[in-house]
Design a protein around this ligand. Sequence first.
Ligand code: HAM
Length: 419
Amino acid sequence: MSRFQAQRGTEDVLPKDSASWRRLERTFEAVVSLYGYEEIRTPTFEESELFIRSSGETSEVVDKQLYRFMDKGGRDISLKPEGTAPAIRAYLEHSLAQQGQVTRLWYCTPIFRYERPQKGRLREAHQVGLELIGSPSPAADAEVIEVTVRFYEALGISGLQVMLNCIGRTETRSRFTSALLDHIKPWLDSIEPDQRERALKNPLRLLDNKDPSIQEAVNGMPPILDFLEDESREHFESLKSILSRKGIRFEVRPSIVRGLDYYTDTVFEVQSDSLGSQNALCGGGRYDGLVEQMGGPPTPSVGVAMGVERALMVLESLGKSAAPPGLDAFIIAATDEGRVPIPDLAYRLRALGLSCAYDFDARSLKNQFKQADRAGARFAVIIGDDEMKSSSATIRDMASGAQALVPLDAVPTAIGARP
Ligand code: HAM
């Protein structure tokens, strides 16, 4: 037992689990590459103002969850709570925009949020995400949703429902917010001042609040879709028909409002029942004002981020975790003499791309077999006095127990090297 433990809300990824992580990351890269997305890696920390300006001062992510500190140079710094604002900062800083073209970026990143940790909710979590920068077309929204669905399908998670909403723009939102405040006035008058203050900070978030008394207060409120301006309504209608033509199933959910302030029009989430209360597998939407807000030209954009830990939880519940790859061979010395040719044999196997390991510490035969088992070796390659005499090795298939004596030179081929 160590004197130290991982911080609350952080997790070690142990060797038994890392194969699932790598498969997820590789699958994501393979799927998004088919659509032309290119990888971007941004730093772990940024100037706090970047997140305040993009996610919004009243968003929970900024208001309560930022890992924010002064560095030794007196700079106000935050660990990134999400990947969109840093990606857009880098896009502008390095002039990635190309006249008349869209830019497609993907990332895989840790994110930091000072949350109350629970299953599926961490203080250091990981996201894979994408940003399609520079297109106002509903076809861009549809592409981002399509890639998301294809990614989950490629992982083996199917039957998920995409939940879609349109939250309009500033005008719609201010009309909707005043109607909402009217609607919940009796409830607002009945609660404590500090709860009222919290509710008034970001009234839209009341719509996706799970507290039964809040749900009752907003019950009967007409959906934000009834408040949309023509342009937003047309955008939403085209998006829905493009998705239907692509055969992507979705459900319109007026309660999806999202927790970050930069969204305009389209917002969506994909949820999974097997996740329990933290059931959002991913979330995204359109953010037509963000690039401009960060000092760039008007650049309509859309993106999504998917929780890595949450996707892995679903895969585990489906019995679809990946197994660690294991070694091709563990080389075992049956006698002291047998140790002599082992380093050379190991060198040759590795040069041919075969993974192997062997014991350094003169451990017993039994112990070496145990090591082979733990390493998930497909073959044990055993060298003892008899094998030494005939310059050969005994190869044991660890699964079936079948054994064969082969010349040392033929060991690589016997365990799978291409001749
Ligand atoms: P978000 O909804 O805040 O959106 O996060 C996206 C996903 O990240 C969530 O659905 C969830 O799966 C995962 N996630 C977030 N916080 C945690 C946490 N504390 N623990 C575990 N998983 C978590 C964004 O971050 C936007 N940047 C998405 C986006 C990209 N919008 C446009 N482009």
